[in-house]
Design a protein around this ligand. Structure first.
Ligand code: ADP
Ligand code: ASP
Ligand code: MG
Length: 467
């Protein structure tokens, strides 16, 4: 059997869902389990509604809910002929009734507790999955709507819960396998789960890819297919560089580094369950189902190009600390203790670096700015200033070149320097991962740096690997 996951843009309206049903129909012989995201932009709108409600802004809240309801109802209506007989409409009504009550609760509370937010965000996927399942049944594809909260069992870190794999794997097999065996298409929600006690959780934004990988691994699927609005993993983000091309094959290790360093085409956590069990992951375009797409496997054919793809992450906060000026003050730090003190301070302020470069008494590190608020960066800076000179720069980015062929290459740094000669470079790191090279650049330089690197490293393309 296979797992097919459809992202928000692939189910954004009736026409897209219609296409999705045909894509599924064409693969029924592979016995698909279908994972769906919320209809495009729904999650964001739900988040806005929650925040508005807690802030006492009743009119914004009601307008957001009304807009969401109208949209879901009209797309669902467009997908079926006889609306009166369909199971989906009472489901939509019920979800919106519950949602309204929850939002009213937030207005009374005056805040958005993480637990409440997860419950509210879950309606995006609950709605889209009900619509997709109904659309399949309407078209004669026997589909069964399941509730992911019955088998994705997680811890209680609301907003970014982790699955408890033993429980989840057993439950996934118990609940989904019989549906597959019965020749039906199980349709489930990505992104959501529940604690052992039954409280709704989410796996973190963009987490539906992760659900697909968890389910695929638990069922030992033959293939995990991630259907997007792009034709696979590309040589770089096509939104940043229009000349990006499809990478037809890459390895789990390459995909893991690319997604860790910001390639949004796949959730970083989605690689591991697949890699552990050596299940291929394919990325396909739901708007162009016949395009080749990308195959991600343990190994890939040798590539004549040095790198496969260029990822970027922004904004990134770069911290440079120098440990030689040991001030006494409250506490003195010996030079050899400097690194430890710095790491302790980072830990204390919840700052988890993406990259660290250490040389003698100098340390440079890069942190995803989304995970380090300005206030927390200031507190951290004050603490570190007690034992080191520190400089914090919030408007940076990391650009990463990734490819298995980098393992062997020595002349890479020279070519990179040449390509970005007149750009102000921060730190260059090679060695944190044997298949990645990372550059720290100014946030605004990303487009320019990527265009230059693309010109140098993809001037010619190995036709075996790129399309
Ligand atoms: P979905 O929500 O449908 O699962 P997303 O919109 O979150 O998918 O992710 C797909 C987007 O990822 C693309 O539109 C593209 O702009 C972006 N992206 C970033 N890096 C890459 C890359 N290397 N290859 C392909 N797409 C990329
Ligand atoms: N709907 C969720 C989000 O927008 C999960 C996903 O789309 O993968 O983050
Ligand atoms: Mg998405």
């Amino acid at each position: 059997m296979i797992v097919m996951k459809f992202g928000g843009t692939s189910v954004e309206d009736a026409a897209s869902i219609e296409r999705v049903t045909e894509i599924i129909r064409a693969r029924l012989h592979q016995r698909p389990v279908v994972v769906v995201s919320a209809m495009g932009k729904t999650t964001r709108k739900l988040l806005q509604a929650a925040e508005a409600s807690a802030a006492g802004d009743r009119s914004t809240t009601l307008a957001a809910v009304a807009e969401l309801k109208t949209r879901h109802l009209s797309e669902a209506r467009a997908l079926v002929k006889a609306t009166s007989e369909r199971a989906v409409f009472p489901i939509i009504d019920r979800h919106f009734d519950e949602l309204k009550k929850l939002l009213e609760g937030l207005a009374i509370l005056g805040e958005v507790p993480p637990r409440g937010l997860d419950k509210i965000l879950s309606y995006g996927e609950l709605l889209s999955s009900a619509i997709v399942a109904d659309a399949l049944n309407e078209r004669g594809v026997r589909a069964r709507l399941l509730d992911a909260r019955e088998f994705i069992v997680t811890d209680d870190r609301f907003g970014g819960a982790s699955p408890l794999f033993d429980l989840t794997n057993a439950k996934v097999r118990e609940k989904i396998a019989p549906v597959v065996e019965a020749g039906e298409v199980a349709v489930i929600q990505g992104f959501i789960g529940a604690t052992r006690e039954g409280a709704t959780t989410t796996l973190g934004f963009e987490g539906s890819d992760y659900t697909a990988a968890i389910v695929g691994a638990a069922l030992a699927a033959d293939d995990i297919q991630i259907w997007k609005d792009v034709s696979g993993l590309m040589t770089t983000d096509p939104r940043v560089f229009a000349g990006a091309r499809t990478v037809k094959a890459c390895t789990f290790a390459e995909a893991a580094d690319l997604t860790y360093f910001g390639a949004k085409v796949l959730h970083p956590k989605a690689i591991h369950p697949a890699a552990r069990q050596n299940i291929p992951v394919h990325i396909y375009n739901s708007k162009k189902p016949d395009a080749t797409g990308t195959a991600i496997n343990a190994t890939a054919p040798p590539c004549a190009n040095l790198i496969k793809s260029i990822a970027y992450k922004r904004p990134v906060t770069v911290i440079r600390a120098r440990g030689e000026s040991i001030s006494d003050g409250a506490r003195a730090v010996a030079p050899e203790e400097f690194l430890k003190a710095l790491l302790d301070a980072l830990d204390k302020h919840g700052a988890r670096p993406l990259l660290v470069a250490v040389s003698a008494a100098n340390v440079a590190l890069a942190i995803d700015s989304a995970t380090l608020s300005e206030a927390r960066a200031r507190d951290l800076s004050e603490e570190v200033a007690r034992f080191a000179t520190i400089r914090i720069d919030r408007d940076c980015a990391i650009v990463s070149l990734v490819g298995e062929e980098l393992r062997a290459d020595t002349g890479l740094a020279g070519r990179v320097f040449k390509a970005v000669e007149d750009t102000e470079l921060g730190v260059i790191l090679h060695g944190s991962s044997p298949i990645s090279l990372n550059l720290v650049v100014a946030e605004r330089a990303v487009e320019n740096v990527i265009a230059r690197l693309h010109a140098v490293f993809f001037d010619r393309l190995d036709p075996q690997i790129f399309e």
